[in-house]
Design a protein around this ligand. Structure first.
Ligand code: P6P
Length: 334
């Protein structure tokens, strides 16, 4: 019985298409896949062991840290630091960058990750996810913080793991978006969604309507417009970015976390959430915007920088941008 195309095989075939490749990226990615399998196992048995519930600590975002957050963060660092492919790492859960220990060799890649996004949903069994972004590091040896402050357009790879009814890994290296589903009986991610393309327009819109009293006029106008259009729409909002993004990627639709009176810079993180998902969205034929500009062109100025995020089907994002830009222009003129 064939088990289908494993992620390992797919990566090797992609590596062979680059004659000058050294195999370092494939080895780096394979280490990340091990971490994903470890995190998936812990999440799937979290309900059975005492790993649920918060630690009482708070992360740099001021959010309560769930125990699985810490586990996922450690699992990724432990799986990645010894490989010799990294010049450094940066975690959404940690204030400062993670330098490679002196006892390990360094490489010329940088890994940024949100170890367990949506972790507030863990205790209620809602899908959560790991988001990752890989950059090249131009400075040799251990990287410094400024090496991580690269535009999203510079990413060499990005992706996410969604821990849901099944565990899926979705990634891009700029040659399309490919999805792999974990077969726990084999312990392998198997190719299940090759060359994902998101519909040009969707029916789904995802926004936290609980924030509507804080919305700026452009957001109010856009949401009112899509609610009153002839074409039917459906509202879907899990409150776990990877779950909302993944559903809209496959079915079509738009996710919005705009700036508002409460979050003047947006809530989501540019380097750990917006950039990696924007790379995926564009490679799948979609679009990702701040509402006024392409996410992948935003010049980062700090590691934990927040950003508004409007992402999904191209025609939906363009329609939202039109509303948001019109009001921005109006505000600038007034
Ligand atoms: P809100 C989870 O905490 C998260 O960072 C994303 O996964 C999610 O999209 C967003 O925040 C939800 O935020 O304010 O709607 O609860």
């Amino acid at each position: 019985m064939t088990v289908g195309i494993t992620l390992t095989k797919f990566l090797l075939e992609e590596q062979r298409r680059h004659p000058n490749s050294t195999g370092n990226f494939t080895a780096l990615f394979s280490d990340l896949v091990v971490a994903a399998k470890i995190i998936s196992r812990e999440i799937n048995r979290a309900g059975l062991i005492d790993i649920l519930g918060a630690t009482g600590a708070k992360n740099i975002q001021g959010e309560e840290v769930q125990k699985l957050d810490e586990f996922a963060n450690s699992a990724i660092i432990n799986a990645m630091e010894h490989g010799g492919h990294l010049a450094g790492m940066a975690s959404e859960e940690m204030d400062e960058i993670i330098k490679v220990s002196a006892c390990y060799p360094t490489g010329n890649y940088l890994l940024l990750f949100d170890p367990l996004d949506g972790s507030s949903n863990i205790d209620v069994n809602v899908s959560v996810g790991t988001i990752f972004s890989i950059l090249k590091c131009s400075s040799g040896g251990n990287a410094s913080t400024k090496d991580f402050l690269q535009k999203g357009a510079s990413q060499v790879c990005s992706g996410y793991v969604i821990y849901g009814s099944s565990t899926m890994l979705v990634y891009t290296t700029g040659n399309g978006v490919h999805g792999f589903t974990l077969d726990p009986s084999v312990g392998e991610f198997l190719l299940s969604h090759e060359n994902i393309k998101t519909p040009e327009k969707g029916k789904i819109y995802s926004i936290n309507e609980g924030n509507s009293k804080h919305w700026l006029p452009g957001t109010v106008e856009y949401v009112k417009k899509i609610k009153t259009q002839d074409s039917d729409r459906t509202a879907r909002y899990v409150g776990s970015l990877v779950a909302d993004f993944h559903r809209n990627l496959l079915k079509g639709g738009i996710f919005l976390y705009p700036i508002d009176k409460k979050s003047s810079k947006g809530k989501l993180r540019l380097l750990y959430e917006a950039n990696p998902l924007a790379f995926i969205a564009e490679q799948a034929g979609g679009m990702a915007s701040t509402g006024l500009a392409r996410i992948l062109d935003v010049e980062p100025i700090e590691l934990h920088q927040r950003t508004p995020l409007i992402i999904g089907s191209k025609l939906d994002v363009k329609e939202a941008e039109t509303c948001l830009k019109a009001h921005e222009a109006g505000q600038a003129a007034s």
